[in-house]
Design a protein around this ligand. Structure first.
Ligand code: GLU
Length: 502
């Protein structure tokens, strides 16, 4: 059997981290098994449709490079891939279910349903729902005569089609993550399959499309687990084989206390969306991981570990390596705690591993200062161990472009004295004679200068650093000297000696 999996988001807003993880796991599983990764847009609920949400999903997937093999953009043999363009497909299956006795017409108005629920709540019924018990008191094709049903249908009275949930049956299925799962139908209601506007609900459309698109594995978030027994029964009722299910663990808040929500993420000050998202209705803006400075490969590596692990110590995985290692068996059952520090750590590892050339291009892209490529590469090399994001480099390396406005007070108080100042000044004189230096040459020159003064490196380095950068700490000092160049170093030393010796 060939592996065909789908990512089936509803375009109801910005796709958040859970959705992206679902997409990634589907992709990894497909590629691992030489299968097909499909994007299907589940937009049957017109009331929840949000402008721009589908484009956002496509752009987010592209950002990571997990492009679908089939989907609304790519097309494919099983299209269309937007449910709103498949409207005509579903009715026939709803009819089939009615004919086989697995579904029925229901004519109840929403007021009547509310009244029934209120009555049951008053009688302290735990699940006040339209279900195997209550349907016998409602207006539907199970309680009305065939003639009356026909009459209502032909007179154009609004109706829905509901699934006839068996009364008291165990539904079992094997989930690739959770193993055997059992639900008793007494806890389930008679879900609407076709709405009065002629549109299918999620449940019907999802099952029909998974069948018609020959989906072999349904890999989706745990929040869909309660719907799975209905889906299993729908497959059975339609006489179809169900796909293999895999329900992914929830993504939890950092303390493990409850599901990670947008509100929780906002409160803790970290992104939850892959890309910036502006809600078209509320105008509310959310920052994305991309715009926060995360590399797509680092973020993807982080995401892969939110609910899966390779079973060994390795943490850094390229997309190809993830494909090679991935399996549904290694997905955890327990919820995955979201840890933004870990996301930052991944970004740091990817940043350090990138070539100076690549980093320099990113660094200079929106830098105000003009730089030769050689100098830009030397600067990023000096800074790459010290930042989490490329966007922090301009600030972390501001002293490369500006002379110190002030000198770190504590360093000056503790490290600037007659001897160290003299060492710094002499080094300034010595280096002024040169045109350019490498870090190694700068080091030898400093050692020689200090030897002649019988001063140790350790006594002078902090004073030299503060006079060149104004700061107490920072990247390798010899690299800084090489980047600034002899003339600038000599000038900064002159200014520092003038300022600090007063
Ligand atoms: N449209 C559903 C969603 O928004 C799909 C759930 C599923 O994968 O079955 O997540």
């Amino acid at each position: 059997m060939s592996v065909r999996v789908r990512f089936a988001p509803s375009p109801t807003g910005g796709l958040h981290i859970g959705g992206i993880r679902t997409a990634l796991y589907n992709y990894l599983f497909a590629k691992k098994n030489n299968g097909t990764f499909i994007l299907r847009i589940e937009d049957t609920d017109q009331n929840r449709f949000v402008e721009g949400a589908e484009e956002y999903i496509v752009e987010a997937l592209n950002w990571f490079g997990i492009t679908p093999d089939e989907g609304p953009v790519q097309g494919g043999e099983f299209g269309p891939y937007r449910q709103s363009e498949r409207k005509s497909v579903y009715a026939e299956y709803a009819e089939q279910l009615i004919e086989s006795g697995h579904a029925y017409y229901a004519f109840d108005t929403s007021e009547e349903i509310e009244a029934m629920k209120a009555r049951l709540s008053d009688a302290r019924v735990v699940n006040p729902n339209y279900n195997a018990i209550t349907r016998s008191q409602m207006k539907n094709s199970l309680t009305l005569s065939a003639e009356e049903v026909q009459e209502r249908l032909s007179s154009g009275e609004p109706y829905v089609i509901r699934f006839k949930m068996p009364k008291h049956e165990d539904v079992r299925f094997k989930d690739a993550v959770r193993d055997w799962v059992v639900f008793n139908t007494s806890t389930l209601d008679d879900k609407v399959l076709m709405k009065s506007d002629g549109m299918p609900t999620y449940h019907l459309a999802n099952i029909v499309d998974d069948h018609l698109m020959e989906i072999s594995h349904v890999i989706r978030g745990e929040e869909w687990l309660p719907s799975a027994p209905l889906h299993v029964l729908l497959y059975e009722s339609l006489g179809w084989d169900a796909p293999q299910f895999a329900h992914l663990p929830l993504i939890l808040k950092p303390d493990g206390n409850g599901k990670l929500s947008k509100r929780a993420a906002d409160k803790m000050g970290f992104p939850i969306f892959p890309l910036n998202w502006t809600d078209p209705k509320e105008g509310e803006q959310s920052v994305g991981f991309r715009e926060s400075g995360y590399f797509p490969d680092a973020f993807l590596n982080f995401l892969a570990f939110l609910g899966w692990n390779p079973g060994n110590e390795q943490e850094i995985f390229s997309l190809d390596e993830l494909v090679a290692e991935f399996s549904l068996e290694r997905i955890n059952k327990a919820g995955a705690k979201f840890d933004i520090e870990k996301a930052r750590w991944f970004n740091e590892q990817y940043l350090k591993a990138k070539s100076n050339e690549e980093l320099a291009a990113l660094f200079t892209a929106d830098l105000e200062h003009e730089l030769s490529s050689g100098k830009a590469e030397a600067i990023v090399n000096a800074l790459k161990e010290r930042v989490t994001f490329v966007s922090e480099m301009a600030e972390a390396g501001s002293f490369f472009f500006e002379r110190p406005g002030h000198y770190d007070e504590k360093t000056v108080r503790k490290k600037w004295n007659e001897q160290s100042a003299n060492g710094v000044a002499k080094f300034g004189e010595a280096i002024a004679a040169l045109d350019q230096v490498t870090p190694e040459e700068a080091k030898s020159l400093l050692v020689e200068t200090l030897e002649s003064l019988e001063l140790g490196l350790g006594r002078v380095m902090p004073a030299l650093r503060v006079s060149l950068t104004g700061q107490a700490g920072g990247p390798d000092l010899m690299e800084i000297i090489a980047i600034l160049g002899p003339a600038e170093v000599a000038e900064r030393i002159r200014i520092a000696v003038d300022t600090l010796d007063q």
